[in-house]
Design a protein around this ligand. Structure first.
Ligand SMILES: Nc1ncnc2c1ncn2[C@@H]1O[C@H](COP(=O)(O)OP(=O)(O)OP(=O)(O)O)[C@@H](O)[C@H]1O
Length: 249
């Protein structure tokens, strides 16, 4: 079963043809990694999944992106789409409020007021992000008091609290040290039980460790995608082989 099905997708930033006829399916409740050298279009493709590119002037898109069979570039509410497809960015971006308020924010914005319900959502989300034990005694202190790695897990908790179907992650560990990175990678096994996860990463080792599927991009083209083991052990395309063996990139 696939969460996303992308067919003949082309994206242009003005004259720059940034995604070239992309065809790929993103399987349900698995982790899919996008790899490839800088500028190959990984983040651009990730942003098409929740229509974040709509916010950039001069973008033109054609082809189809279906989420659970529905064309997300058809007549749909982009705000609702973004609630179904939460996003975690390279740099942790907590709101300037308490840990608790960060996680409760989305539910409150949806009109949830019941304190017990909110308490439960906050605890559950912080547990899912493996942060509960570290913060349970300081929930009402500012989120900015957390370390960088904790802030990133808080952002994951904030996303999880919205109960999305999909979590999109754009280089979520590139600003973190190896220990904080490992904590986030360890989370993936739990996240994939409940969510479809798509992660852009510069680290091939990370893709190997955490992804069920890997897609390799080069200059706007999807060169190859498949099971992570196959991509790294028996790539079908010489360009994939060249990249993973360090010939370029
Ligand atoms: N907001 C934007 N406006 C105009 N062009 C953009 C924008 N974002 C990306 N591009 C261009 O689109 C192409 C793909 O960029 P993108 O950021 O998707 O690549 P990437 O593989 O994610 O790169 P990196 O690994 O460096 O983040 C590049 O040529 C880039 O310059």
């Amino acid at each position: 079963m696939n969460t996303f099905e992308i067919e003949n997708l082309n994206l242009y930033y003005g004259e720059n043809h940034a995604l070239k006829n992309i065809n790929v399916a993103i399987p349900h409740k698995q982790v899919t990694a996008f790899i490839g050298p800088s500028g190959c279009g990984k983040s651009t493709l990730l942003r098409t999944f929740n229509r974040m590119n709509d916010l950039i002037a001069g973008v033109k898109i054609n082809g189809s992106v279906k989420l659970d069979g529905v064309d997300i570039y058809g007549d749909i509410d982009a705000r609702k789409l973004r609630m179904r497809c939460g996003m975690v960015f390279q740099k942790a971006n907590p709101f300037p409020m308490s840990i608790y308020e960060n996680v409760a924010y989305g539910q409150k914005a949806q009109g949830v007021k019941d304190k017990k319900v909110l308490d439960n959502v906050v605890e559950e989300a912080l547990r899912s992000a493996a942060l509960w034990d570290e913060v349970k005694d300081r929930l009402h202190t500012p989120a900015f008091g957390l370390s960088g790695g904790q802030q990133q897990r808080l952002c994951i908790a904030r996303t999880v609290a919205m109960k999305p179907d999909v979590i999109l992650m754009d280089e979520p560990t590139s600003a973190l040290d190896p220990i904080a990175t490992k904590k986030i990678e360890d989370l993936m096994d739990d996240l994939r039980k409940d969510f479809t996860v798509v992660i852009v990463t510069h680290s091939m080792a990370q893709a190997r460790r955490i992804a069920d599927k890997t897609a390799f991009f080069l200059m706007g083209e999807l060169v190859e995608h498949g099971d992570t083991k196959q991509i790294f052990n028996q790539p079908a395309d010489s360009r994939t082989h060249g990249y993973i063996t360090g010939d370029f990139g």
